[in-house]
Design a protein around this ligand. Structure first.
Ligand SMILES: C[S@@+](CC[C@H](N)C(=O)[O-])C[C@H]1O[C@@H](n2cnc3c(N)ncnc32)[C@H](O)[C@@H]1O
Length: 254
């Protein structure tokens, strides 16, 4: 199958494989619980979830006490699934809209206490990432926090086997910068979802934050498989032991 480059079509074509209320994707185990903990304290917060998908993370933030979650996603199918699940479960306090974050106009500045971008920037090049971080800076209240996770920039270069996660690398760590690597992530039930990574270096994330006017140092975590993951399912998590899978950043607007 030809790899789909347009993220809207990529996610419209597989929206139902992303709908879930229990962890099933690799990153539901290896990233999302850690990033949600980084978002604490969530009580009473007004949150923007950029690239919110079908709302899996937003629903968890509401369960943890957030006051309201606005979700934006380029895929109308992911958004219609988010709205359907929200209605089925009678969840209030979230609002979803279909929008490309690059076209999103900042109308109300300093609106949010927390802005989350969970695995969004792997769909944006360096220049677009910086543009989004500039919007994030404007949308955050002073004292507000920006938290994002991305595939670890080294991961694609370390992994030789396809299962349970791989990228089709184009170029080296530096020459591959801004190039699109199509990839797949397996769910624990054996279904693979198509993903992509527009490769960026570690330096790119720091440079984009600085150019977007963030002035403090981010808290940075390199996320990986733990002993608990391997005890839980050795076949699934074992091949990824000791690899840097994801990076998560938290930075405050002062
Ligand atoms: C890997 S999924 C992550 C979804 C969700 N954040 C999560 O963690 O479950 C990436 C999401 O980013 C969305 N996306 C990609 N490019 C986007 C853009 N330019 N504007 C808004 N959403 C975008 C995709 O449609 C997809 O739903």
């Amino acid at each position: 199958m030809k790899a789909e480059k347009d993220p809207k079509l990529l996610y419209n074509n597989q929206a139902d494989d992303w709908s879930r209320n229990e962890p099933i994707l690799l990153s539901d185990f290896s990233a999302r619980p850690f990033v949600l903990d980084m978002c604490e304290p969530l009580q009473g917060l007004n949150i923007l979830d950029v690239g919110c998908g079908e709302g899996y993370v937003g629903r968890q933030m509401l369960k943890r006490g957030a006051k309201h979650v606005d979700g934006i996603d380029i895929s109308d199918k992911m958004i219609s699934n988010a709205i359907r699940i929200q209605e089925d479960e009678n969840i209030r306090h979230s609002t979803y809209r279909t929008s490309n974050i690059l076209d999103f106009k900042v109308e109300q500045r300093e609106e949010y206490d927390l802005i989350l971008a969970m695995f969004l920037f792997n769909y944006l090049n360096v220049e677009e990432t910086q543009m989004v971080m500039e919007k994030v800076f404007e949308l955050l209240k002073p004292g507000g926090r920006f938290i994002f996770s991305v595939p670890h920039p080294l991961l694609a270069y370390l992994k030789k086997d396809k299962y349970p996660f791989y990228f089709d690398v184009k170029g080296g760590y530096f020459s591959g910068r801004n190039k699109l690597f199509p990839g797949e992530i397996w769910r624990r039930d054996g279904i693979a979802v198509n993903v992509q990574c527009i490769h960026k270096t570690v330096q790119d994330y720091f440079t984009c934050l600085k150019s977007a006017n963030f002035t403090t140092l981010p808290e940075v975590h390199e996320l990986h498989i733990t002993k608990e993951h391997i005890k839980f399912d050795e076949d699934f998590f074992g091949p990824l032991e000791d690899l840097p899978l994801h990076m998560a950043f938290k930075i405050q607007k002062v």
